[in-house]
Design a protein around this ligand. Sequence first.
Ligand code: C2E
Ligand code: CA
Ligand code: CA
Ligand code: CA
Length: 280
Amino acid sequence: AKEDGRNRLRLYDLALHQRFLEETALEEALRRALDNNELRLVYQPQFDAKDPTRLAGAEALLRWQDPEKGPISPGQFIPLAEKSDLITKLGRQVVALVCEQVGTWRAAGLNPPPISFNVSPKDFRGGQLASDLLRTMAQHGVTASQLQVEFTEGTLTGGADVVLKQVQELHEAGIDLAIDDFGTGYSSLINLKRLPLAELKIDKAFVDGLGKSEHDEAIALASLSMARAFGLRTVAEGVETPSQLAWLQAHGSDRIQGFLLARPLEAEDFSALLLDFDST
Ligand code: C2E
Ligand code: CA
Ligand code: CA
Ligand code: CA
């Protein structure tokens, strides 16, 4: 039995070591990808809940295609980047990509809705976010009303002063702020009061339970009514079924994002969508 235990221990060590090696290799690959500009953004449309044919916004989401490993999901590489120093570089690249794309659409005479993008807690805490973003916007002729910044509640824990200053700067520059994945983190409702937010995003975790789980419905309802009380726009993400859509429409969500209406689109496909909407 003692022998067994030792073997198990060795097996565990090996598995741990294996994981460490894999993470190190992936981190190196991500570093190369950032240096070679191998990351791109896709754009998931958001629609008006009252009239789901009306395009109201879009969320920019990162994609990474490694030459050897194939597509690697942000759920995998974002946490890795956050653990290392790579997130700063990654965050800057997202800002550059989104400003460049919005600038390109405008230059082509297209009129994109506000494009929302995700910012990691570390980028807020770095204290450079607002100035970096405003400089990059100016370079590409992008104005504040054309963008929106999404961040999660976790951003507020640790270094709250620096974060609040960044939030304030963005707000004063006229950039809308959205609280993402609402209800999933160690949130404090006081954040709704002390932050100059424009939008609250109801997480897919709760949308999944609509029509199935009383608890998820209660959380979604509470989130919607709190958002209303604070004058925030609401977006429900991860909407996959007509019954979820119907529930959200009945309970007053402002916007809908999810595979039911549209998957994240490559920039060219999003352009085609913009052309469609412009001509109608
Ligand atoms: P998130 O910010 O909550 O983004 C929404 C995620 O839900 C996206 O996954 C989107 O593709 C997915 N989604 C939207 N509608 C549906 C649906 O109907 N069904 C299902 N199953 N999924 C849906 P994605 O693109 O894999 O991104 C995962 C997470 O990675 C994001 O969650 C965000 O936290 C992070 N992320 C993505 N892009 C960036 C980025 O540019 N910067 C940072 N810091 N994080 C990012
Ligand atoms: Ca998001
Ligand atoms: Ca989200
Ligand atoms: Ca989410």
